[in-house]
Design a protein around this ligand. Structure first.
Ligand code: ARG
Length: 466
């Protein structure tokens, strides 16, 4: 055995004659990104050590030394003085080696009854649990911004669209509350996902569990987990808790992307429905007149990378036999990038939404042109006894004539309108007004002012008392 050839100490040195090739060290190292898990790794190790002592597997003295040593290492990491080593591959071996260097023999006992396989699964779950809570808070901020917008322009009526063609008038707060609902469901999904994240795999060891008399329940409780995993093989190789999160994050991004798309359209000169504050826009290096909606564009663009991460994880696990496989290390960059992307996107969209300024005059001009109350005319005829299909056709003919004359329905005289149906009376002009149109839509969940008021109050209550 050529000791000189060995450059670094590896935990598996006993079995190996040759040193690890540098090219492999570079290829397999994850410490440059999984160092992000240091707090979780240290918290898990401390509880593991205390449990080992409680169970008489290591001495109290050793456990104390381990816990203190880990606290010092944590401080060193936080102060930026800790030197990460690629040769030590990952966060787990870096911290363990630092502990051994610091406290000697006792440090070598920490990994009793544990494997990096259950350790990394535990760290990831602790990390994700925290990030789910942070993301939930950010979503709540975005919801508050939507409610603020809704309250600030409670009576504003804007065109509602289908196929991006003007369809029927809706209240501005009704439109804002549509997004509020989407983000509420996203939060529900996150809470549901959190239940499955918050289970402790520690004690599953490499794959088959351990012969030491460990106390898994104690460890789980100390780390704030709600229970322990039921099967050691599953526990070390399960990443579906991450996939669920990535799927939920993908839906959040889809919702943000829809909102973004709307803001992009709304800020165009063609729509001119809202103004974004200068501080959230950029200009052009060549065209002096430009003010571009970069924030929503970037959010729409970043949606792609989150979907990509979901696809990565689904693909990574699809061919893996039980139990742990090194492929699983590839989960982390996708997870971290998703957490960063979705949190940053929600946070900035909350700021943008809070400061949106609707251009009320222009919106009003748009909503009063383009036959948005044609359905109301048809419904009016139905209420007077005409079958809906017939009413639809009668109004269609009236619209056609208006188009050929460059008019709107409200530009027609009562006589002109009566020519299409003798059922039409002078109250028709109230029916054709945008206020009349939204006012009739009084079913639960619809856009009538009293329904929207109720919905807004309910939404505010949810957010205030959460
Ligand atoms: N860095 C590894 C990962 O993220 C930790 C587990 C390694 N286990 C192993 N048996 N090589 O998956």
């Amino acid at each position: 055995m050529n000791e000189d050839k060995k450059v670094s100490k590896k935990p598996w040195d006993g079995r190996f004659i040759e040193a690890t090739e540098k090219i492999l060290e570079g290829f397999s190292a994850s410490v440059h990104y999984d160092c992000r898990l240091y707090r979780q790794d240290i918290a898990g190790s401390k509880v593991h050590a205390l449990m080992l002592a409680r169970q008489g597997i290591i001495s109290d003295k050793d456990a104390d030394a381990i816990v203190n040593g880990l606290s010092e290492i944590e401080e060193e990491i936080e102060s930026g003085d800790f030197v990460w080593s690629q040769e030590l591959e990952d966060i787990h071996m870096n911290i363990e080696q630092a502990l051994i260097e610091r406290i000697g023999e006792a440090g070598k006992r920490l990994h009793t009854a544990r494997s990096r396989n259950d350790q990394v699964a535990t760290d990831s779950r602790l990390y994700l649990r925290e990030e789910i809570d942070r993301l939930t808070g950010l979503l709540s901020l975005l919801q508050k911004a939507l409610l603020h917008q809704a309250r600030s322009h409670e009576d504003l009526i804007l065109p509602g669209y289908t196929h991006l063609q003007r369809a029927q008038p809706v209240l501005w707060p009704h439109h804002m509350l549509a997004y509020f609902e989407m983000f509420m469901r996203d939060r529900d999904r996150l809470q549901d996902c959190r239940k499955r994240v918050n289970i402790c795999p520690l004690g599953s060891a490499a794959l088959a569990g351990t012969g030491f008399p460990i106390d898994r329940e104690y460890v789980a409780e100390q780390l704030g987990f709600q229970g322990i995993t039921a099967n050691s093989l599953d526990a070390v190789s399960d990443r579906d808790f991450i996939i669920e999160f990535l799927a939920t994050a993908s839906i959040i991004m889809a919702h943000l992307s829809r909102l973004s798309e709307e803001l992009i359209i709304w800020t165009s000169a063609e729509f001119s429905f809202v103004d974004l504050p200068d501080g959230f826009c950029t200009g052009s290096s060549i065209m002096p007149q430009k003010k571009n909606p970069d924030v929503p564009e970037l959010v729409r663009g970043k949606t792609g990378r989150v979907y990509g991460s979901l696809m990565s994880l689904l693909t990574i696990i699809k061919g893996l036999p039980l139990a742990y496989n090194r492929d699983l290390q590839e989960d982390k960059e996708a997870l971290f990038d998703t957490v960063d992307t979705v949190c940053a996107s929600v946070e900035i969209m909350a700021a943008v939404v809070a400061r949106l300024v609707p251009k009320e005059e222009h919106i009003h001009r748009t909503v009063t042109r383009g036959f948005l109350t044609a359905t109301d005319l048809a419904d009016y005829l139905v209420k007077k006894g005409m079958p809906f299909r017939q009413a639809h056709s009668v109004v269609g003919k009236a619209v056609l004539q208006c188009i050929s004359q460059g008019k709107d329905l409200t530009d027609m005289s009562l006589e002109d309108l009566k020519a299409f149906s003798s059922l039409i009376d002078e109250e028709i002009f109230d029916v054709l007004s945008i206020e009349g149109s939204v006012g009739t839509r009084r079913c639960p969940g619809c856009t009538a002012p009293e329904r929207v008021k109720e919905a807004l109050a309910k939404a505010e209550k949810k957010i205030i008392y959460e």
